[in-house]
Design a protein around this ligand. Sequence first.
Ligand code: HEC
Length: 275
Amino acid sequence: MSKAIVSTAIAGALLALGSQAVLAAPNWGKVPKRDIHVFHAGVTPIEWATKKSDHSGSAGMRKGETCAGCHEEKGALNFSFKRLADKELEPKGAPKTMTFPVGFQAAYDKDHVYIRLSFKAPGGGADKGDKDSEVKAAVMFADAKVPQAAQYGCWQTCHADARSMPGADEKKTKYSKEGAYELMQWKSAKGAKAVDGSVGAERKMEGGTAGVKAEGAKSGDTYTVTFTRKNPGEGKAVPFGVAIHADHAHGRFHHVSLGYTLGIGADGDIKATKQ
Ligand code: HEC
């Protein structure tokens, strides 16, 4: 073989490898999994969480403590769920299962971040407002302009006057007062498109710029949902949260995670694995 032919062969092989790295999902067997526990948060918007007479954690929040710092112990949540299961914080009726674990894995390469969620979606919901999708799974990434995003997670988008809160305007969606979140969601309804949206001054279920792809499947009683999106930038720790709508739930009747940071080539509560 002449030199030229050898180098062409190598270039071809590299090219093939290169395009595969862009298109192929990560080898999930090599990506560590940890459980993130999601819970039914009832009517506990940011206005509730920051009000002294409602939430005994509000003083610690003012000092910079994170939600997970106080409420996560040994990887699980320490809520008693007494108030959350009661009329006080859930006037409409709470779901039978208040909390469940979601297996969380994250990986990245130069161009993309990949997130895989695996979970058993519980039945026994109190709201079945979504006739089309039995299950929806969402992840939101906060941008750098959202104040205290790493501390409060998605609670910065959760307000007392937003739709499906008691007495609120049914047209007002969740919103962020400053900055915005990128929203990606997978829906179990047949033929449903992946949501590539945002939550800024209002929530938009399309028009996002993260190039979201989502795939999901149910095997036995376990859902596995994989998201692919644009890498927001290596060296960043991105605040994020997870939400699962189980049993045809809609609006605020989801199970949500507290806020965590995803380290992309950086430290974080969870470090994405480099591919
Ligand atoms: C400094 C510690 C601290 C921080 C930070 C904190 N909390 Fe709390 N939280 C508490 C304490 C203490 C209670 C009262 C415990 C109880 O009522 O069982 C509480 C109660 C709650 C409850 C009611 C639980 C139940 O069992 O009914 C919810 C919901 C809650 N917190 C959510 C949050 C969220 C969301 C954040 C962040 C936006 C947060 N907390 C931040 C300490 C904290």
